[in-house]
Write a protein that binds this ligand. Sequence first.
Ligand SMILES: C[S@@+](CC[C@H](N)C(=O)[O-])C[C@H]1O[C@@H](n2cnc3c(N)ncnc32)[C@H](O)[C@@H]1O
Length: 276
Amino acid sequence: MYTVRSEIYSETNYQPESSEDGRIVSKFRFRYPPPGEGVATVDTDGDLDVQRLRRGTIELEHSGATEIKLVGLQVWRGALLLADYLFSRRKELGSKTIMELGAGVGLSSIAAAIHNSGHVYCTDVNLGDILTLIRSNVQRNAQLLQGQVSVIEYDFMAPKSQLSAELLEAIDLSDVIMAADVIYDDALTDAFVAVIEHIFVRAKESGRSKCIYMALEKRYVFTLEDCDSVAPMYEHFLRQTAHKPWIVDHIPLDFPQYFEYERCPQLILMRISQRL
Ligand SMILES: C[S@@+](CC[C@H](N)C(=O)[O-])C[C@H]1O[C@@H](n2cnc3c(N)ncnc32)[C@H](O)[C@@H]1O
């Protein structure tokens, strides 16, 4: 069987331990943003205040290598980039309702609920019993969370008529939609683009506008057809969205890194909103 393995496991030591059901439990370490981050403060004597770093750990059960169909059981780099971004925007996003698509084992949703006092809807297609695993990971980290995390199935390939009432209500209540590393073949990318379209249509109907954040690691391959090194999924996504009435911005990755991982140059964070 052909398997894939997330590169982050070999770059950073997440202190993996075997779990009872043959998976791995890893520790994703982070630092909390200091209260006045970016603002130098002085004490009454005029000395610079030195703020002590407060650290935390998200502990997640996940798989090592998997077949492609079950990549959601692993943790990918985009999830950590999204988690950093959520931490850096905690003041603006802290009271928003957030929905994650293709959440994998739940890292970004859990990171969102650390600073978010509202509701986080964590969704994925239920392959490999992933929804049960996400629920158990949310429970495992409950002591870190301010907000509530609900886990709901969302299959990008499902016809709209088959989406559950619970999911549709959650979409309508959400202000922010986020996804990390969810486009890795043409059919899935097309389905994801259709999902964004559907969410924007519902946003117009419900009068609650949405902003979509999408993180991904561009994977380059050399193709004879292009005679060049290309990132086919990213380029396919840009082609499929070029004529949509959307604004696609690339967010500069100049915000702080709170989580431990390698922020490689192939990482991208996009913000997608509807043209008014
Ligand atoms: C590479 S993993 C990324 C997981 C997680 N976001 C992360 O970055 O660690 C791709 C994700 O897309 C999800 N996915 C694949 N097919 C899907 C579908 N038809 N509908 C919804 N999500 C899907 C997978 O289950 C998986 O969680």
